[in-house]
Design a protein around this ligand. Sequence first.
Ligand code: ATP
Length: 314
Amino acid sequence: MQSYSLIAPAKINLYLEILGDRPDGFHELIMILQSIELADRIDIQPSDTQKIYLYCDHPQVPTDETNLAYRAAQLMCDVFPEMHANYGGVSIKITKNIPVAAGLAGGSGNAAAVLVGINLLWQLGLTQPELQDLAAKLGSDIPFCIAGGTAMATGRGEKLDEIKHLNDIWVILAKYENISVATPWAYQTYRQQYSDTYIRDLTAIKSRTAKIHSRPLVEAINHQNRQQIGKLLHNDLEKVVLPSYPQVAELKSAFAAQDVLGTMMSGSGPTVFALCESQTQAIAVKDQVRTQIRDPQLKFWVTKFASSGIQIKL
Ligand code: ATP
C-alpha cells in the first residue's frame, strides 16, 4: 500500500505589521515569514474505509475534526469526491516536535503536509499554486507552509511574494511550556487597544503595502546583511502580548542582553526567538539564558533557517 512521510517545518515571523481591518473581519497584514528546520512528521496512507483517521502523539493536540490536518483531508475529500470514492479515506499520523500554540504555525504546517500528501496519494497532479489556493481556504499561514523558505506575506497572510532566501542563520527558540497564547485573543486585544492607528481607506492600505518592497528589512535580506536583519526584526503583536505575559517580556530582555543578531516574539507568541551567526554561538546563548532564568517550564530549541516548506521524506 502506498504511503508517504512528510516533513512539515515550523515558521517564525521576522516581521509582522498590522495595517488595519479587512471587510472579512480579519486584519490586513504585512509579514516576512521564514521556515526553520524544527519540523513535525506526517505519515499518510489510504485507510480501509471512506473515513479520515487521525493520530497524534501530543496530548494537547485534538484528533477530531477541529484538527487542521483533519480539516485539510476533509477539504480534499469535498473538492475531489470521485477520487475520495475511488481511493477511500486516509489515515494520518502526526509526530509533534513543534511546540503547540506557540506562534510557530505547527497546525498550519500539518495541514499543508496533508494537502501535499493527498495530492501524491491520489495522483492529482496539482501544482504548488493550485495547492496554495486550496490551502488559503483553510488558514492564512498554510499557503506559506507549502512553499516555505523566506517570503513576504500580505492580505490575511495568504498572498505570497518570494524574496531572496536566507541561509546559514541559526535560531534559538524559547517557550514556557505552561504558557500558550490564543492567536484570536492577541489580534482582538490589538484591535481593542490600537484600532485608532489603523489605516481605514483601502487605497491607502494598497499603497502602504506596495511600499513594503523598499522597506529596509527586505533590502537587508536581499543583501544577506545579517546584522541589519537582526536589528530590523519587528512584531506589532508584542505590544499586547508582552505586557500581559511579563515572563515572556523578561525572556526577550534576557536574549537582548546576549551577543545575538536580534530577538523577537514569533507570531502571536509566546515563543521568543533569537538569531545567531553560528551554531556554537546559539548554544552558548541558550546556556546563558538557561542559567539566568532557572525555570523548569522554560524549554529551548536550537535550529536554523530552512529554505523549503513541505518535503517528502524518502
Ligand atoms: P499560528 O502561528 O498559525 O497561529 P500556532 O503555532 O500559534 O499557530 P498551533 O500549534 O498551530 O498554534 O495550534 C493552535 C491551536 O490549534 C492548538 O491549541 C490546538 O488546539 C489546535 N490545533 C488544531 N490542529 C492542530 C495541529 N495539527 N497541531 C497543533 N495544534 C492544532
